[in-house]
Design a protein around this ligand. Structure first.
Ligand code: UDP
Length: 321
């Protein structure tokens, strides 16, 4: 299948591109390289440098490639940043996605797999979280992704584009070649691993007064390889709608730090800080729908294995790409 991967030079995009190439697909990565890395693009994939905010660049790329499916990862992703500088999130994530859908319709592309997030739900009324929960985002990041879902849903219905929304919980871990290299980094596991790497003195814990077993936030950490696999499964004709992707196990921030201490053998000092704006208390997936409808079968669910894969990658790539 001819697939265009928007944002394929980023973390989840790079691993999904690798898996798509492994599966024999004809892949073109489109990325503006603002936050992605050219080195993170599998050498078997073609590469186009283009920006979602520039419709001409997008149109030219889509008309040239004429993909049968688009997988769309390209976005600003940091919750904390979205709460201090919101407008670029609407411009890049929402306007950019609108431009992408317009270009897809013009190029008669009939399938979209969209990188969405559990942050579209806000604080859930039940746990674990399935797809029937109301979507009430508590961060600009979550809102920007929800707005994209709405645009895609209507455009998909009216223009006959099959749209799949993969709502990720906390992506983490690495393959041998590709890992997490955001600059600046904001995600828990890579930040914790910077301590044993000698790149930071200690890890800050954002909030110890949540109503959880140890006062810190609970998240569902899912291996990037398993996430990538869901994108391959979502290509099947007839697959549409939203799917939560997580393990169904929640870990607190302190538990994650403990697993990092165990894997790295480093004491990893931690210091308590106030809560970070936009953070929900607990987010844990019920991925029954993905398992039954997509046939998704996560293989790397052990947090220790996930952290080990990230640790190996960071040791091999101490400064990222
Ligand atoms: N977190 C933390 N210290 C950090 C980074 C993150 O305590 O230096 C917490 C954050 O407040 C959240 C959890 O770790 O409760 C996961 O945050 P991350 O940014 O990795 O993912 P998110 O859940 O925001 O998508």
């Amino acid at each position: 299948m001819k697939v265009l991967v928007a944002g394929g030079a980023g973390y989840i995009g790079s691993v999904t591109t690798e898996r798509l190439c492994d599966a024999g697909h004809d892949v073109t990565v489109l990325d503006n390289l603002e936050r992605g890395h050219r080195e993170a693009v599998d050498s078997r994939a073609a590469f186009v440098q283009a920006d979602l905010r520039k419709p001409d660049e997008l149109d030219a790329a889509l008309q040239k490639v004429r993909p049968e499916a688009v997988i769309h990862f390209a976005a600003y992703i940091e919750v904390g940043e979205s709460m201090t500088d919101p407008l670029p999130f609407f411009e890049n994530n929402v306007s950019g996605s609108l431009n992408l859908m317009k270009a897809m319709v013009a190029a008669e592309c009939k399938k979209l797999i969209f990188s969405s997030t559990c942050a579209t739900y806000g604080t859930p009324k039940k746990m674990p979280m399935d797809e029937t929960l109301p979507q009430k985002p508590e961060s600009v990041y979550g809102e920007s992704k929800l707005l994209c879902e709405k645009i895609f849903e209507w455009a998909g219905q009216i223009h006959g584009v099959e749209c799949v929304f993969l709502r990720y919980f906390n992506a983490c871990g690495a393959t041998e070649k590709y890992g997490e290299a955001h600059n600046p980094e904001s995600h828990l596991i890579p930040l914790v691993l910077q301590v044993p790497m000698g790149q930071r003195e200690k890890i800050f814990i954002f909030g110890e007064d949540y109503e959880t077993r140890d006062g810190t936030c609970v998240r569902d950490y899912i291996h990037i390889k398993d996430l990538a696999q869901a994108h391959i499964l979502a290509h099947k004709p007839g697959i549409a709608g939203a799917f939560n992707l997580g393990n169904g196990d929640g870990y607190t921030v302190k538990e994650v730090i403990d697993v990092c201490r165990e894997v790295t053998g480093h004491p990893i000092p931690a210091e308590s800080q106030p809560r970070r704006a936009g953070d929900c208390t607990a987010l844990v997936a019920d991925a029954t729908k993905a398992k039954t409808v997509l046939g998704w079968d996560p293989q790397h669910t052990d947090l220790k294995e996930i952290v080990q894969s990230a640790w190996s990658w960071h040791q091999a790539h101490p400064t990222g790409y």
